[in-house]
Design a protein around this ligand. Structure first.
Ligand SMILES: Cc1cc2nc3c(=O)[nH]c(=O)nc-3n(C[C@H](O)[C@H](O)[C@H](O)COP(=O)(O)OP(=O)(O)OC[C@H]3O[C@@H](n4cnc5c(N)ncnc54)[C@H](O)[C@@H]3O)c2cc1C
Length: 292
């Protein structure tokens, strides 16, 4: 029997989700798994992979497990065995061995690091199995909250019983709900996001860091760095967080590799060795929201 047929018709909701980012697809899986009819409206023409890493804490990995994502997804995980916090100069401030075992023992679920593309692909595949309908190239423009109706820029109308707004930081749904322009606020920081492949690294010490999954933090004056292995220990994700110097209104821009290296020139030599392999870097303005 199909899942939707297991729920009595009077209890079956027609759910419209706006946005097919990680939140939107996750919400779609959760709702469809409970037997509801789910449609997702996404403005992008295709679901492009955003190429960077994502740390999944045990509360979230438990959910991913519950949703029965494909086995290939779990093979793409990197489960860190150690966590280390360094002073920016390299001195170790805190270190935990057996991190993976400790986390599993405490939470009965793993702490895992993924490439975002792998997670997005697995979620999308599971949502399709659950008969979620995706409408791409459809931008939600106005919403009638009394009727649970979404009108799109292309002139189409979607009717449901419930609308879930999962359209990200620059949310049109949120503006429709509050009836006014409502932009996110800059945090004052930006992130350099870097992905290195183990096969492009010749330095044996750095290669060992990538291939034996681990998490590292460096805490420095006015900046900090988070780094971890992903995709089964074949890739390394580095996020460098520094004060935001992007112009107002610019959310993302190609950065200068030399400028980035200069900012971290007197940091831990192992970090600067990783940075010597970087050929291209993007700067992402970090935004957040105030409370309403
Ligand atoms: C540097 C950095 C590192 C991070 N690291 C982690 C981490 O390690 N672990 C973690 O859990 N989180 C992390 N996060 C946070 C995480 O990335 C976000 O919380 C998450 O990606 C948000 O997903 P979302 O689906 O809510 O939004 P989005 O990914 O922004 O998706 C929104 C979707 O809605 C669509 N959309 C927008 N407007 C409309 C419209 N009007 N009509 C139709 N579609 C629309 C967009 O095209 C998009 O596909 C990190 C964030 C950053 C910036």
């Amino acid at each position: 029997m199909r899942l939707v047929e297991m729920v009595p018709e009077e209890a079956r909701l027609r759910i419209i989700i706006v946005g097919a980012g990680l939140s939107g697809i996750a919400a779609a899986i959760s709702c469809a798994s409970s037997g509801h009819l789910v449609q997702v409206i996404e403005q992008a023409k295709e679901l492009a992979e955003v190429g960077a890493g994502l740390q999944i804490t045990p509360n979230a990995s438990r959910l991913l497990n519950h949703w029965q994502l494909p086995a290939s997804f779990w093979e793409s995980a990197a489960e860190p065995t150690t966590v280390t916090v360094h002073r920016y100069t390299g001195q170790v401030l805190a270190h935990e061995d057996g991190f993976h075992k400790n986390i599993r023992a405490k939470y009965n679920a793993p702490f895992v690091d993924f490439h975002r593309g792998d997670l997005q692909r697995a979620l999308f595949s599971r949502a399709n199995e659950l008969e979620v309908t995706f409408h791409l190239n459809e931008r939600a423009e106005t919403i009638n909250f009394n009727m649970a109706t979404v009108h799109t820029a292309a002139g189409n109308q979607y009717n449901g019983d419930l609308i879930i707004a999962a359209d990200g930081l620059w949310s049109r749904c949120r503006e429709c709900f509050f009836g006014q322009k409502d932009e996110p606020l800059p945090t004052g920081d930006l992130a350099y996001r870097i992905v290195l492949r183990a096969d492009q690294i010749s330095d044996p010490e750095l290669k060992a860091w990538i291939e034996n999954p681990q998490v590292h933090f460096w805490i420095g004056p006015g900046a900090h760095v988070v780094a971890y292995s992903m995709r089964g220990g074949s890739m390394f994700n580095l996020v460098l967080l520094v004060p935001d110097d992007l112009p107002v209104g610019v959310a993302r821009q190609t950065g200068s590799v030399d400028e980035m290296r200069m900012l971290f020139a007197d940091w831990d030599p192992i970090l600067t060795r990783f940075l010597s392999y970087v050929g291209h870097v993007d700067k992402w303005k970090l935004m957040h929201r105030g409370l309403h």
